[in-house]
Design a protein around this ligand. Structure first.
Ligand code: CDP
Length: 225
């Protein structure tokens, strides 16, 4: 059985921070699946092509041929708020999801030889992409906490100082709109898998969240401490 960890949760809940912490501690390969939807959204916003599924197919064919050479996903612009909103629209399209599904499963099934397993984070990892993952974690936090965190991220990035940063209230409204769309779409909605650990990071430091997730992961992967 492949060693796989599935992490899901709403926007800005801390999934990525926890996934990176676990990947480092356990020497697992890590894929932030939101970046795949963001990459499709960014190319649509750039306007060369108008159908999301066509963009998704070309992304899979051309840019991300080698699953572990994901430099295309390191573009800072993928985190832009306009891209976030478009990504959640694109992610509601079944054809797009189906094009990206194989890529995510390949990544999880074929970690590089020097890695001990794979961690994926997203919205439907435990429920759809890797239903047999050994460990499943659902990360959450109150929306106001998530909005504050996202504001701090955006202030830190500030896209070269060229942009005005949204207000806390705008961010909160954006997160809520995106969560609602992610939770209510017909295909692969955001929901907690019944087998997933619920990790509420609202009152925790980053170190505390990672420690709790790591203790759980060692247990479900049958690793000694
Ligand atoms: O970083 P943040 O939590 O704000 O977003 P993200 O994880 O990068 O995901 C961006 C958007 O992609 C989400 O709002 C979802 O609509 C979509 N997504 C998805 O549908 N399924 C996934 N496995 C990952 C992301």
């Amino acid at each position: 059985m492949k060693k796989q960890i599935a992490i899901d949760g709403p926007a800005a809940s801390g999934k990525g921070t926890i996934a990176r912490g676990l990947a480092r501690a356990l020497n697992f390969a890590y894929l932030d699946t939101g970046l795949l939807y963001r990459a499709v959204a960014q190319r649509l916003l750039q306007g060369a092509e108008s159908r999301a599924v066509v963009v998704a197919r070309s992304l899979v064919r051309a840019d991300i041929q080698d699953l572990h050479d994901l430099r295309v996903l390191e573009d800072l612009g993928l985190r832009h708020p306009a891209v976030s909103a478009k990504a959640s629209e694109v992610a509601a399209e079944s054809e797009v999801r189906s094009v990206l599904r194989g890529l995510q499963r390949d990544f999880a099934d074929n970690p590089p030889a020097d890695k001990s397993g794979a961690i994926l984070d997203g919205r439907d990892i435990a429920t759809v992409i890797l239903p047999n993952a050994a460990c499943k974690i659902f990360v959450t936090a109150a929306v106001v906490v998530r909005a504050r965190r996202r504001l701090a991220d955006l202030e830190a990035a500030n896209f070269g100082g060229t942009e005005s940063v949204p207000t806390l209230e705008d961010l909160r409204a954006d997160l809520q709109a995106r969560d609602l769309r992610d939770e209510t779409r017909a295909d692969s909605p955001l929901r907690r898998d019944s087998g997933a650990l619920l990790l509420d990071t609202g009152e925790q430091s980053v170190a505390e969240s990672i420690a709790e997730a790591l203790a759980y992961a060692r247990d479900c992967l049958n690793l000694a401490d």
